[in-house]
Design a protein around this ligand. Structure first.
Ligand SMILES: [Cu+2]
Length: 526
């Protein structure tokens, strides 16, 4: 399918929902401009994706798709990406397409980084259901610094389910948004460079202000009626307890209820009404909210107990690659000297405003939500193969580990038979901290949870002591300290030639300081 067909057919519904003006010859103009103010580009139109550093003092970086800086990519399921990725950074990089089922050669994990000044042709077809996916830097040892520097972008995948939902909601132009939320350390209005101390490298790098699609104090104007938000937690380490405040009089909690309609890998079978949802790093939620006469709504992360039980100062793991390349900014990374300036660091679990929606325009009806969202959500077959047991540990000297083994690029933790349907039992140590665990290449379902701490367990309203966000297809899942979770993982790979032979993937914590440290393993599908 060529690009014009894509824009004509593929984006028709998303386009209407997003208030797309009209498809034209120029993909950067043709993009749904009313994902408003945000730069939407058709994935299939990208020919050149440049990874560049635009500010060596603060270490800020950008993806540039042909001429569009920090694009939001949009693709219809079945479309292809075929572009040259050019690395203009002073460090190696990769572009990992988080959540997509891709062959090793296109996955962009750290096996084959693009060195400074080099380029790599990457081609793949989008096999996944509609949903919010994302792409980000993943070169081992540099991931946290580069993602914090801005190397994280959104990929919105559409399909018939997605179009049907937009149509049923009767979305006004501009009432569908895709937002990457990250936290940054800001002082004097400027984002500070990545310069974690040893303690930051143990617990994660936390900022004091939220960015939405790279903007501080982001605000979007929407019309009355349903608003559909696809939200990514792109923070290095901060967990979000997402909620919406509607500016009601003080006293009550003033939360605006919303409907969870999708998770990492697509729409749920049916909407779930909630008031808050945990969204940890790497996770996405697709939500629908009715402003119901309010003039402004603020998305916030509510205060919660972040369960950082690990004590100690595990040594910074040695990264030979780091010695050959300088930091993105004039700053040191994971050095021993702790600094006293804690004002620009808000602890994990503290309340944090994320972005605001300003509601303007004539009153508009909100049609009833559809009771069924996707038949595909129920289609997965049950597990048939043996249970694989995985332990997340904390060691005062070695730090956070998967199965007591620090990450090595050349190691293979295990192999999986192509087409296997396994149960993964993941148990987190009681003296650890929350770990959002990400599996490359394959979606999974959360079967059940056990040992969740009390304050979180009260949100575990679903069967199997699961959270509402556990109901859909996932690629990243939070494991609280002392918790055990069971996942159903389907290792089916497409028949295409590019998937032939052994394919290596990664399984790791998406707290990026943990990922760059020791908390990752490689496996192969044979
Ligand atoms: Cu972790």
């Amino acid at each position: 399918m060529n690009r014009r067909l894509f824009l004509g057919a593929g984006l028709a519904s998303a386009a209407a929902a997003c208030g797309v003006v009209r498809a034209t010859r120029d993909p950067t103009v043709a993009a749904p401009t009313a994902l408003a103010g945000d730069r939407v580009v058709a994935l299939s139109a990208v020919r050149r994706l440049v990874v560049e550093r635009r500010d060596p003092l603060a270490g800020r970086c950008s993806y540039v798709a042909d001429t569009t800086v920090q694009p939001i990519l949009v693709a219809r399921r079945g479309e292809t990406f075929d572009a040259v990725i050019e690395n203009a950074l002073p460090q190696p990089t990769t572009v990992h397409f988080h959540g997509l089922t891709l062959p090793e050669a296109a996955d962009g994990a750290g096996f084959d980084p693009i060195v400074p000044g080099a380029r790599k042709q990457v081609r793949f077809e989008v096999k996944n259901r509609s949903g919010l996916y994302w792409f980000h830097a993943h070169p081992h040892g540099f991931t946290a610094e580069q993602v914090y520097g801005g190397l994280a972008g959104l990929l919105v995948v559409t399909d018939d389910d997605d179009a049907a939902l937009d149509a049923a909601l009767g979305l006004a132009p501009g009432n569908r948004r895709a937002l990457a939320v990250a936290d940054a350390r800001v002082a004097g209005g400027a984002i500070r460079p990545y310069a974690p101390t040893e303690a930051d490298c143990l617990h994660g790098w936390f900022g004091n202000r939220a960015l939405a699609n790279g903007e501080l104090d982001a605000r979007r104007v929407v019309a009355p009626g349903w608003v559909r938000l696809q939200i990514l937690n792109a923070c290095n380490a901060r967990g979000l307890l997402l909620a919406f405040r509607g500016g009601e009089a003080r006293g009550g909690d003033g939360l605006v209820p919303f409907h969870l309609v999708g998770t990492d890998g697509g729409l749920l079978a049916a909407p779930r009404a909630v008031e808050r949802a945990f969204v940890y790093t790497g996770e996405r939620v697709d939500v629908v909210i009715d402003p119901a006469g309010r003039r402004e709504i603020t998305a916030v992360s509510l205060e919660f107990d972040p369960r950082h039980h690990a004590q100690g100062t595990a040594p910074r793991p040695h990264h030979p690659a780091r010695e050959r390349y300088s930091p993105l900014a004039a700053a040191s990374v994971c050095e021993t000297a702790p600094r006293a300036d804690s004002a620009d660091r808000l602890p994990d679990g503290a309340e944090l405003p994320l972005f605001a929606l300003r509601i303007e325009g004539a009153t508009r009806a909100t049609p009833p939500l559809p009771s069924r969202l996707s038949a595909l959500a129920d289609a997965a077959a049950g597990p048939q193969d043996a249970t694989r047991r995985i332990r997340l540990d904390f060691d005062e000297r070695a730090g956070f580990l998967i199965d007591q083994t620090p990450y090595r690029l050349d190691e293979l933790a295990f192999t999986v038979k192509r087409g296997a349907r396994e149960v993964w039992e993941i148990r987190n140590s009681p003296i650890s901290m929350p770990h959002p665990m990400h599996l490359h290449g394959f979606g999974f379902r959360v079967l059940r949870r056990q040992g969740t701490y009390g304050a979180a367990r009260r949100f575990a309203t679903e069967s199997g002591a699961r959270f509402p966000t556990d109901l859909g297809m996932k690629d990243t899942v939070l494991v609280w300290p002392n918790e055990t979770i069971w996942l159903a993982v389907d290792f089916a790979l497409p028949e295409d030639a590019v998937f032939r032979g052994a394919q290596r993937y990664m399984f790791h914590c998406h707290n990026l300081e943990h990922e760059d440290g020791t908390m990752m393993r490689n496996f192969a599908v044979l």
